[in-house]
Design a protein around this ligand. Structure first.
Ligand code: E4P
Length: 238
């Protein structure tokens, strides 16, 4: 499963990229607005850090405007994936953009039927928002499972990008379900690398090693030769 970071924050992106596990980035207007930077400049900088798909979302809501905005965004970098909302005008725009060879991530997906339509329109990625479904007592991961079944039934190549991930269990479930991608906040990436037994185990290994080094030092004769003189004395050697 590919791991994407769901952020527009450059220091989080740089840090995750340095771990060697980051495959791509998703952003949305809310995340971008938090950074207080020029949108295109920020996206360009993200693309210079991460060599993988970077989703940049349109804010237009009519077909022609979405296409126009999508074409502009796609010019920023070859790794740009244009993110389009799952509305009727969005689907029309997906058809046009994908026919032009532009990769589209269809976002704000909350049902498998919506995902079916996105695939038919030519989406490269579908983003089911599992956290927001769980928030309203719907089983978000069940939607991912249904999408997977439907896509397999008909051989759609649209990749499932599980989004709106809130915790490590969401990542685990997405991976078990066979989601192609999971996009998560940096906080969740930090959570999934950690295990208390790893920390305790490492602490024990290091302290045992330290003890061993200290004991080894006491086996060795002191460098000033005093141990040798003591031994000679004990054996009556003058
Ligand atoms: C997906 O691409 C979205 O940016 C994101 O996952 C939404 O997550 P949220 O529900 O935590 O805002």
């Amino acid at each position: 499963m590919k791991i994407f970071l769901d952020t527009a924050n450059l220091s989080e992106i740089r840090e995750a990229a340095s771990w060697g596990v980051l495959d791509g980035i998703t952003t949305n207007p809310s995340l971008v607005s938090k950074e207080g930077r020029d949108f295109k400049e920020l996206i360009r900088e993200i693309c210079s850090i991460v060599d993988g798909p970077v989703s940049a979302e349109v804010v237009a809501v009519t077909k022609n405007e979405i296409v126009e905005e999508g074409l502009e965004l796609a010019k920023i970098h070859r790794n740009i994936v244009v993110k389009v909302p799952l509305i009727v005008e969005g689907l029309k725009a997906v058809k046009v953009l994908s026919a032009k060879g532009i990769k589209v991530n269809v976002t704000l997906c909350f049902s498998a039927n919506q995902a079916l339509l996105a695939a038919k329109a030519g989406a490269a990625y579908i983003s089911p928002f599992i956290g927001r479904l769980d928030d309203i007592s719907h089983d978000g991961m069940a939607v991912v499972g249904d999408i997977k079944t439907i896509y397999q039934n008909y051989g759609y190549s649209t990749q499932i990008l599980t989004a709106s991930i809130r915790n490590p269990l969401h990542v685990l479930e997405a991976a078990k379900m066979g989601s192609h991608v999971a996009t998560m906040p940096f906080k969740v990436l930090e959570q999934i690398v950690k295990h208390p037994l790893t920390d305790m185990g490492l602490k024990r290994f290091l302290s045992d090693w330290d003890k061993f080094l200290k004991e080894k030092e006491s086996f060795l004769p002191p460098k000033d030769g005093s141990a040798l003189r003591l031994a000679e004395k004990a054996h009556g050697v003058s």
